[in-house]
Design a protein around this ligand. Structure first.
Ligand code: GLC
Length: 435
């Protein structure tokens, strides 16, 4: 109980006027998918706040439908790079003047978030009218992904920046980033802020950061519009997790739309196309894993990583595929890791400490838990839930956590930012399930 109170306190402290910051100093603005996960956990004790959180996020939506990955509500905050002036999103005339925003997006979580809120609070008239208000905006966001980010009309959208995936420095992106041959004068001078706030060992390297800045500049050059970027970007990826989340959110929107008597035929059409191509594009029979696809170099990215389990959450795996994933995750558990490490524990690129290269991430456990449950893998789902709770109880409400059990024994805190919103929120979601 005490920890649930702490979680609520963290969320209250991270609440600004109408939205939550992920954590003080390191991430002092509103982030897209963080907002969705915060809305989930908050809704159990303060539904109004969840509604405000989502509504505020959509004040940053662009005319073309894009939902930016960061909204810079407070322009005086100086501790973050790249700040709104560096993104200069107003090169696109459809970007709002206020709030200022980044020029890239993040996982489209709001469809399934909305469905979850409606399932938790049935017959709540305020929520129902909010659902009607926000529904077309979520659809418009999805329309953006299908229209601007899918040049071959496969129903699978691309990202042109690793930050869009939410898994910023996963080894998954290394190959594509390493191929970018950067000359010094190809990027403007910049000063990182993250390494003066968090431990540099836990953050992306400067080689990676230079490439992040390069891709940002490329987006800016083309006003952050999809078509030209698709032609030029050396980094052009159809991310398995992002597309699984889109399909999951579509499915939720279809259910919600039917309930609210809204026409969902446009979404159903997208869904048919996306589902048809998902299997052939992302399943890798040799690895027995779902993987992402490098659209620029036209090949599958043959790595086992956490994004490859999220198709379970969207019911995209056949029973045989789901069983293979379950057996693999069970073996990772049996070998002494907390579930779920963000990258292949057997790869030389695995690093149990560094950001997306191995640690456990709260919101990933939430999606994985629900994915495993929907395939009736109840025991493993319980492990995914209780591993996360154990980590928080022992190490605190950090951004992400050590995945190697024997290393955790010697630790007294988690990694990255402390008092973290999605950690507190996921904790509350899981604990409310137990209640
Ligand atoms: C980091 C994470 C990203 C998250 C953001 C704010 O960039 O990689 O997933 O949204 O921090 O918490």
């Amino acid at each position: 109980m005490a920890y649930m109170d702490t979680a609520k306190k963290i969320l209250a402290n991270n609440w600004r006027n109408g939205f939550s910051i992920p954590t003080d100093r390191l991430y002092p603005f509103q982030w897209l998918w963080d907002s969705g996960f915060v809305a989930l956990g908050t809704s159990h004790h303060d539904l109004d706040r969840s509604i405000d959180e989502i509504r505020t996020m959509f004040t940053g939506q662009w005319d073309n439908g894009m939902l930016p990955h960061i909204l810079f509500h407070s322009e005086t905050e100086e501790t973050y790079f790249p700040n709104y002036d560096f993104w200069n999103s107003n090169v696109n005339s459809g970007a709002p003047q206020f709030p200022k925003s980044s020029g890239i997006t993040q996982p489209p979580v709001f469809g399934f978030v909305l469905e979850d809120l409606l399932n938790t609070h049935t017959d709540n008239s305020k929520l129902l009218s909010f659902a009607k208000e926000i529904f077309p905006k979520i659809v418009h966001f999805h329309r953006f992904l299908y229209h601007y980010r899918d040049p071959n009309r496969e129903g699978l959208f691309f990202i042109f920046h690793p930050w869009e995936s939410g898994r910023d420095n996963s080894p998954l992106w290394d190959d594509a980033l390493n191929k970018i041959d950067l000359k010094k004068d190809e990027i403007p001078a910049y000063t990182r802020r993250d390494t003066s706030i968090a431990d540099a060992d836990e953050r992306p390297t400067s080689f990676q950061y230079d490439r992040y800045v390069y891709l940002l500049e490329l987006g800016k050059k083309y006003k952050y519009d999809g078509e030209e970027i698709a032609k030029e970007s050396p980094f052009l990826i159809q991310d398995c997790m992002m597309n699984a989340i889109l399909i999951k959110s579509n499915e939720s929107l279809i259910k919600v739309g039917n309930m609210l008597n809204i026409d969902v035929s446009e979404i159903e059409d997208w869904q048919v196309l996306s589902k048809r191509n998902f299997q052939s594009k992302f399943w890798n029979q040799e690895l027995k894993h779902f993987v992402s696809y490098d659209l620029r170099h036209e090949k599958q990215m043959t790595h086992k990583e956490i994004g490859g389990y999220i198709p379970l959450f969207a019911n995209l795996a056949s029973d045989t595929q789901a069983n293979a994933i379950k057996d693999y995750l069970q073996s990772v558990h049996d070998r002494g890791y907390y579930l779920c490490p963000s990258f292949d524990v057997d790869s030389p690129l695995f690093d149990s400490k560094r950001y997306w290269r191995g640690p456990v991430w709260p919101q990933m456990n939430w999606m994985l838990y629900h994915g495993l449950k929907s395939y009736q893998f109840d025991d493993l789902a319980e492990i995914v839930k209780s591993d996360f709770i154990t980590l928080v109880d022992k190490l605190g409400f950090y951004e992400y956590f050590e995945s190697n059990k024997s290393d955790v024994e010697n630790l007294s805190h988690g990694y990255g930012g402390g008092n973290f919103s999605w950690t507190a929120s996921t904790y509350l979601s899981f604990k409310n399930m137990n209640a």
